[in-house]
Design a protein around this ligand. Structure first.
Ligand code: UD1
Length: 419
């Protein structure tokens, strides 16, 4: 199993190209199941999660061709049951349920299990399918949804932690082929939901309100093939902003959408960094003095849970006391014990971290069993004294395209080694 070895103390500068969004690409690839015609999706990042999704689509019967970021898919004749062996590797596989139900009238997928960022139920997805007229059965570890014909309905997807992103995607994908009008109340407002809606609209779907709390979908008889370019990955971009804040002199991010990153840029400015956004570029430089922060994760447009760990790595060496509260996944703190092993002073109180900045971290062998937590450890290693070995690197490869090469391009010294 590979590990990433970070030699700390090398300053970052220069520019880095941001990849297409993983969290957009996954449901968009699943949405190609909704038509028998060919679809072409570009700017698809080269990640293991994407590989799993393409394998699931192939196993379901799709013809899949992939060449340098462009994926061509034709779902001419498909099955309704996703294979367990692949589904279990990635929770986002659950987003094939909606399109399969919409197109085939039935779908079976293994219940997502073994997720390390706490209990991640899919009750809201299932509630949405039931409201559309589907029967839901859970047997033998599988969830089966069945509805020879879906009917439009008004559905609330609000949970005590905010809305659900993949749940909104799933219900939207099922509803595009339902009879009549579906209204999703309490919809997730994330840019990735808007990107999926734009692809569905390009396929002939009738959708209004994506990006707001209320999405209105008028069912159509069938969808056709379409082409679509995936939006830039705002979490990868945010991670590079955090890396630059931790160890950078002047770093430019290229091919980003600054509007999607306001909730990350604003706190970095509050923390003392000089940030300029211009068209599809963002540059970041250190200011005169760094300041601690108070951060609360919440659904978009607020500060994202997917950036919590990386910002903790920054705040661990920011003088003063920072307070970070995780409201979306209240158990998402896999990075904390590992950052403490590197010398961070962090106290976990319920779902709140109290971080007392120390001047410098020290390199150590670390590992984390979560994608963003692992990235945070790489970032911490950039500034740490000595060598940081981040083990179980497959978590990083799930969601970051060549993070080691991109950071090395900015001046970091990172090696990838067989453990
Ligand atoms: C997506 C993102 C993930 C991000 C998360 C929150 C993808 C592939 N993944 O995950 O990177 O961290 O949004 O921004 O896009 N919940 C329920 N019942 C449900 C569904 C969710 O209670 O049926 C709860 C969850 O436990 C969590 C909250 O709602 O507390 C938000 O989860 P959700 O938005 O569904 O996350 P995902 O869509 O799985």
């Amino acid at each position: 199993m590979d590990k990433i070895v970070v030699h700390g103390g090398h300053r970052l500068s220069g520019s880095v190209k941001i990849s297409g969004s993983k969290n957009s690409a996954l449901p968009i690839l699943a949405a190609t199941l909704l038509t028998s015609e060919p679809c072409t999706i570009s700017r698809v990042p080269d990640l293991s999660d994407i590989h799993y999704m393409l394998t699931i689509l192939s196993e379901l019967g799709c013809e899949v061709e992939r060449a340098s970021g462009v994926v061509k898919i034709r779902a001419e004749k498909i099955l309704s049951q996703a294979p367990y062996d692949i589904v279990r590797k990635m929770r986002a596989s659950v987003c094939v349920l909606g399109p399969l139900l919409g197109r085939q009238g039935e779908a079976t997928v293994s219940l997502p299990g073994g997720c390390v960022i706490g209990d991640r139920p899919i009750d809201l997805h299932l509630r949405g399918f039931e409201a559309l007229g589907a029967a839901v059965r859970v047997t033998g570890g599988d969830v089966k949804v069945l509805a020879p014909k879906l009917r439009g309905a008004t559905i609330s997807l609000r949970s005590k932690f905010g809305s659900t992103v993949l749940g909104t995607d799933n219900v939207m994908m099922a509803a595009v082929l339902a009879d009549g009008v579906t209204i999703i109340d309490g919809a997730a407002e994330e840019p990735e939901v808007v990107d999926l809606a734009n692809f569905l609209i390009a396929m002939g779907a009738k959708i209004e309100g994506a990006g707001t709390r209320k999405i209105i979908i008028e069912g159509v008889k069938e969808l056709h093939g379409a082409e679509h370019e995936v939006i830039p990955d705002r979490i990868e971009a945010g991670t590079f902003l955090a890396a630059a804040a931790i160890a950078g002199d002047h770093v430019r991010l290229l091919r980003v959408n600054p509007l999607h990153l306001k909730a990350v840029i604003d706190p970095l400015v509050d923390a003392g960094f000089l940030i300029e956004a211009n068209g599809n570029e963002i540059s970041i430089r250190p200011g005169v003095k760094r300041r601690p922060l108070k951060l609360d994760t919440l659904p978009y447009p607020a500060f994202p849970t997917d950036m919590q760990a990386q910002m903790c790595a920054l705040l661990a060496t920011t003088e003063g006391i920072s307070v970070v509260t995780e409201n979306v996944f209240p158990h998402r703190f896999m990075h904390v014990a590992e950052l403490k092993r590197m010398g961070a002073d962090i106290d976990l109180q319920g779902a709140t971290l109290v971080i007392k900045g120390v001047p410098q971290l020290s390199g150590a062998p670390v590992m984390a069993s979560d994608l963003r937590a692992s990235a945070a450890l790489v970032l911490a290693g950039l500034q740490a004294d000595g060598v940081t070995e981040v083990n179980r690197v497959y978590h990083i490869d799930r969601g970051y395209e060549s993070i080691d090469e991109k950071l090395n391009g900015l001046g970091a010294q990172i090696e990838r080694m067989k453990a």
